[in-house]
Design a protein around this ligand. Sequence first.
Ligand code: F6R
Length: 617
Amino acid sequence: MCGIVGYVGPDEALPIILDGLRRLEYRGYDSAGVAIVDGGLSVVKRAGKLSELERALDEGAAARPRGATGIGHTRWATHGEPNDVNAHPHLDCDGRIGVIHNGIVENFAALRADLEKRGHRLVSDTDTECIAHLIEDAFDGDLVTAVRDVVPRLEGAYALVALALDDPGTLVGVRVSSPLIVGMWDDGEAMLASDIPALLERGESAGERPTIFPVHEGRIVAVSREGVAMLGLDGAPVELRPLVVDWDVQRAQKGGFDDFMAKEVREQPDAIRDTLVGRTDERGMLALDELHLPADVLREVDKVFVVACGTAFHAGLVAKYAIEHWTRVPVEIEIASEFRYRDPVLGPDTLTLAVSQSGETIDTLEAARHARRQGSRVIAVTNTVGSSLSREADGVLYTHAGPEIGVAATKTFSTQMVALHLTALYLAQVRGSMFPEEIREVVEDMRALPDAVRRAIELDERVRAVAERYRAARDVLFIGRHTGYPAALEGALKLKELSYVHAEGYPAGELKHGPIALIEDGVPVVAVATECHVYPKMLSNIQEVRARGADVIAVATEGDEQISALADEVLFVPRTPELLSPVTVVVPLQLLAYHVAKLRACDVDQPRNLAKSVTVE
Ligand code: F6R
């Protein structure tokens, strides 16, 4: 999704802003631009990657703009195609006010019509440009006041940053649902950004980490060399509360791998271990006080809802099997973007688990807000400290995966499953639906996961050979039963998003109700066939597709002696109890998608059309 960076301080703004934007590339974008106050307001913007913007800056008639105040943006198109004109920053009629913006202004068509009627000249197709012109109308020498006047006229969910040539040295930011943070250094240097990595990079090169202040919902922030002022929409000052950040920029580098995804797949054993650390007491029982939900509330829960999108939804589906089995509480899992529009039956006796690595996915955030409004308690399972979801939920369970830069979720998926398993066990513990001995046994099984995942990663070369064999496939089916089903869904999602090969995941028993018509000679079918209580049924499903000419790639349990006779390729993973098995099974599926994508020369870290954090509905 779009990235925001603003700088004001003693140094040259342009290189700092470009560094910050580079740190935000992982969010996904399709154009980029900067505006620097250097006497006038110099604006350079280009469709494409940051390298295109750099080239334009180098090839420009004038030298690169030099000035100590500026803003920069990476755009992921929502209104208007990704081209040079639609890229941010956007300017007012006189080119004296610049605006960058994440999110959507929903009433922009009406605003634009009104502006044009009053003689404003708008040149782009974006909603953002309206904001610059509205500020132009409201501006009377003080940018904060002008922005405050404009905000009530904007409907939607967004974050924006504005600067004005006639109020130089001040950046004004606003947060309405989309994330925005401020970093402040002792020497009167400050930055505004949509995400923390943009600031930590500057922290490294300046030799000092900034103090980070999150901009809270509905707040306006004014940043200058003199300091930071946070205001409510009524103009009343609001106290600044710093955020403690322990993420290390080094951990966000590629660490010797070709891409972030390759590195992040290999970080899964550590990420899972970190997610388990500190969540059990000396007796091996769950200790999740961080959920901030009293035991008697959890004992009263008569239904659990899980809301999530994409890969996080698949983690939620795995959790449904575990929660229902361990607690006997019914679980409804729903794609977050559908949830609030179907009037689900929520209430004080329901618990909603909102799963989102970014904690900023607007669909999940809105689903969680809806659940809370209806009286449900909400637990956020997220990887992002200080994210909107974490702040709005009743309780939070963090996945300690560290920053995930590759757009495709890998280590955040495995840690989401682990965090949800912990939550399920905790529910079982407080409700007494499992004996302490049984809980301890599962906890022991979970402690073995990092090693099982490490061994699954060792399949890399073998998976690459399978990818070579099927790299030209047009369609691939993924099938599984029980917890093998969400694993199959995730395998299919990874393959389609990374390699652009058409892939679908199905419950294996459902094939005969339609999808089996797709099977013909040589169609690859990836079958999750690890040890579980429906294993014999899975073997029958494999035979059904084999009989119709499919090539079967099975993911099976080490030591399985039957499977080789039924499959063209077998990827053996370590034995893992069936409710936990997707954590191990997904590794060869991630690697398969990775290698097919690399062999087809696709960008695995930034697949086309996708964004790391989806902050529009
Ligand atoms: C797929 C992927 C997406 C996300 C989805 C939700 O690899 O990354 O499907 O899982 O957009 O994102 P979060 O977890 O940030 O809510």
